[in-house]
Design a protein around this ligand. Structure first.
Ligand code: F6P
Length: 524
């Protein structure tokens, strides 16, 4: 394990020199900049152009970043992950998500592939066994057991016919399941209860309420309306949840990396197995690129390095993801979990303090985001590097309107990079200061020719590997999430204290809020 490391002095001084030059200057100095800092890859039914020329980098910066990746033993750590080595040291686990879609030795060992294939055969059998009388699927799960299938289902709804309707219930907020069940009939509804641990209180509570709902709807064989997906099948019986089908996933697949595992059963139930396979094909293409391409032409590596450079050397504390497609509406939330739960750490793999790790990842769908928070991106005092994601072929019914959407995406990255100086502003002199935009704000654009299921898979695998790369550079364990545990424990204690006399002395603020809640809650 390589621990916390200082930023190499060469990168610190390159950071200073890059800060003294503008993107306008970089573009005017080098007519070949776009060619040098962009890459086109074929994904079979679609192509992807990744343009990082609007990032604050130079050839020297990229070279030094790639050397830094070498000194962090990125290749060795990537290969260890693919080989099934214990890369998650605090939990003593491998990280085998790539194996869930691997087809050759290139991206997983034969043993790992055999395990994935066995899980896949079971998934296919279950999908075939679900009767056609089931017209609605409700996925119950939270975090990675919700966001992955939610992202893929929402995206594929714009691309493939739906064989069934799908809804998602994740939150313990009773409104979530209430809304998911609105208008549904028990005999036509199937619940997919996804929980890797089968110990997540939100999911188990919602699954129990779903059982009660089915009974109240007059369904006699409730188990026939449940599929469970878990890495802990032996825990299911003790929860009182009965399921006609239990699908498993390996313990070594982290929740936020689980979208290509059995967790995606809702995708297959709604769009068919072929659609799920297309998503996995896209993931596999990026996996193979990640393990085979040289570091300086390796898309997730380069993107990961630039993200690390922005956060660690240039000091940008947040990063935004802006998909210009309604089909990718869930992507910012998905990436928040993937990137911040993975790399939101303040100790390295050896437990030593690290100064800077994951930026705050946030975002929203364009063009809505333009009318919400883009003011800050263009003229605020903080620089927020952006990822713009779009596609050229319209998914909706109007290519003309889609062209306007893409024009808006290109306009934002252009305005962010090049801005408008005071003396270039049209209009009255009194408004020059207000209307000038500073520019020099970095972004990368990922433009697909078409947004297909493969493209969606490729995008997910791309960000999985970006997250891994950045974890290696920050020397953190990207596969644990101990910070989430304290909040869960305290919630369990407070839940008990809400019902009876509080057994624990809480801090004054929490005690007062708890007392007020006990007074106001509905008791009848
Ligand atoms: O929020 C913590 C977390 O453990 C995530 O990592 C995970 O995706 C989510 O809870 C749900 O966990 P499970 O799938 O075990 O119910």
């Amino acid at each position: 394990m390589s621990g916390a490391r200082d930023v190499p002095t060469q990168l610190v001084s390159l950071g200073r020199s890059v800060s003294g030059v503008t993107l306008r200057q970089l573009f005017s100095q080098d007519p070949h900049r776009v060619t040098a800092f962009s890459q086109l890859v074929s994904l079979g039914d679609t192509e992807l152009l990744v343009d990082y020329s609007k990032q604050q980098i130079t050839a020297d910066v990229l070279k030094a970043l790639v050397e830094f990746a070498g000194s962090c033993r990125l290749v060795e750590q990537r290969d260890a992950m693919v080989a099934g080595g214990v890369v998650n040291a605090t939990e003593g686990r491998a990280a085998t998500h790539i194996a869930t879609r691997a087809a050759s030795d290139a991206t997983a060992t034969a043993t790992l592939r055999a395990e994935s294939q066995a899980n896949d055969h079971k998934l296919a059998d279950v999908v075939a066994a679900v009767p056609s009388s089931i017209t609605h699927v409700v996925n119950i799960g939270i975090g990675g057991s919700d966001l992955g299938p939610a992202l893929v289902c929402d995206a594929l709804a714009a691309m493939r016919p739906m064989q069934r309707e799908v809804r998602f219930a994740s939150n313990i907020d009773p409104l979530d399941l209430d809304r998911a069940l609105t208008g549904l009939h028990g005999k036509h509804t199937l619940f997919v209860v996804c929980s890797k641990s089968f110990g997540t209180s939100e999911t188990l509570s919602n699954a129990r309420r779903a059982t009660e709902w089915l009974t109240a709807q007059g369904v006699r064989k409730v188990a026939d309306h449940f599929i469970v997906v878990t890495a802990q099948p032996e825990r299911v019986a003790a929860t009182g949840i009965t399921a006609g089908w239990v699908l498993t996933m390996p313990e070594s697949v982290g929740g936020r990396y689980s979208v290509s595992s059995s967790v995606a059963v809702a995708v297959a139930l709604v769009f068919g197995l072929d659609a799920l396979h297309e998503v996995r094909d896209g993931m596999r293409l990026i996996d193979e690129h990640f393990v085979q391409a040289p570091l300086d032409a390796n898309l997730p590596v380069v993107h990961g390095l630039i993200g690390w450079w922005n956060a660690t050397v240039l000091g940008y504390a947040s990063a935004a993801v802006i998909p210009y497609s309604r089909a990718l509406h869930v992507l910012p939330a998905y990436l928040q979990q993937l990137m911040m739960e993975s790399n939101g750490k303040s100790v390295d793999v050896n437990g030593a303090a690290v100064v800077r790790t994951s930026p705050v990842v946030w975002g929203g769908v364009g063009t809505n985001a333009q009318h919400a928070f883009f003011q800050l991106l263009h003229q605020g005092t903080q620089v927020v590097p952006c990822d713009f994601i779009g596609c050229s072929a319209a998914l909706g019914s109007s290519q003309a309107d889609h062209d306007v959407l893409v024009a808006n995406m290109l306009a934002q990255s252009q305005a962010l990079a090049f801005g408008v100086a005071r003396d270039e502003v049209d209009g009255p002199a009194t408004l020059q200061a207000h209307r000038a935009t500073p520019g020099n704000r970095p972004s990368t654009t990922l433009l697909f020719s078409r947004l297909t299921p493969r493209a969606v898979g490729a995008l997910i695998a791309f960000y999985e590997h970006v997250t891994f790369v950045q974890g290696v550079l920050w020397a953190v364990n990207s596969f644990d999430q101990w910070g989430v545990e304290l909040g869960k424990q305290l919630a369990t204690q407070l839940e008990q204290d809400m019902k009876g006399t509080p057994t624990k002395a809480h801090d004054a603020s929490t005690a007062a809020l708890l007392a007020r809640h006990r007074q106001w809650r509905i008791t009848r």
